[in-house]
Design a protein around this ligand. Structure first.
Ligand code: CA
Length: 228
């Protein structure tokens, strides 16, 4: 498998790259976040191993940027930041796994193998670009949304918001997740931008149908058949 390692600390970079090569993978290793993002955006890797704290562009920004451009390449974050909040931030940014430094080589390799075994949910190139929840269907490539037989016209941000909610079906999605995942804001702009878009989406998606978009009071939203 083809693996990209992005790590600014030279010893860790060489150690990880060597271990992955010995495990039979084709490995490229770079030191800067900018090079990492550039390569990850242009080359078809099977897995990224990203250090979190990197010069220029940090690991989480790389993952967010890739996810925003609909890449679903598996990502393993390496980080010295091991608190629960740090791990949650890493996973919420779109990474698939999070390994805390210092780590045992055997654990790194086991996690890499597990990620490579996992079936990719939607391929970057081709099939499975459609998401479906009950009778609601969203086709990412055709930019098409339907509820049953009814075709729904959405503005670009509404489309991105609905796609985000459908990708996280049956999960509570917080306002922070939406701001980061849909608007790419890493701060709270203190506006009602989310409320306005959710309200518009409800008008279009849930009109004359069983409601799929639910408010989780004080937290955010959940898309699914059940209200809780
Ligand atoms: Ca680092």
């Amino acid at each position: 498998m083809r693996v990209l390692v992005v790590e600014d600390e030279v010893n860790t970079r060489e150690f990880v790259a060597r271990a992955l090569r010995e495990a039979g993978h084709k490995v490229e290793a770079v030191a800067s976040g900018r090079d990492g993002l550039l390569l990850a955006s242009s080359e078809p890797y099977d897995l990224l191993v990203l250090d979190r704290m990197l010069p220029q562009v940090d690991g989480l920004t790389i993952v967010r940027t890739l996810r925003a451009s609909n890449s679903n390449v598996p990502v393993l974050i390496l980080s010295a930041l091991g608190e629960v909040d740090d791990r949650v931030a890493g996973l919420r940014a779109g990474s698939d796994d999070y390994l805390i430094k210092p780590f045992a080589l055997t654990e790194l390799l086991a996690r890499v193998e597990a990620l490579l075994r996992r079936p990719r949910v939607a391929q970057d190139h081709g099939e499975a670009t459609a998401l479906r929840v009950a009778d609601l269907e969203l086709d990412r490539l055709k930019r098409l949304v339907r509820r049953g037989e009814r075709r729904i016209e959405l503005q670009p941000k509404e489309f991105a918001l609905l796609e985000y909610l459908m990708r996280h079906r049956d999960q509570v999605v917080t306002r922070t997740m939406l701001l980061e995942g849909v608007w790419d804001y890493h701060f709270d702009p203190k506006t009602n931008v989310i409320d306005v878009h959710i309200s518009n989406l409800r008008q279009k998606v849930d009109r004359e149908a069983r409601p799929l978009i639910h408010t989780v009071r004080g937290v955010g939203y959940r898309l699914g058949l059940d209200a809780n």
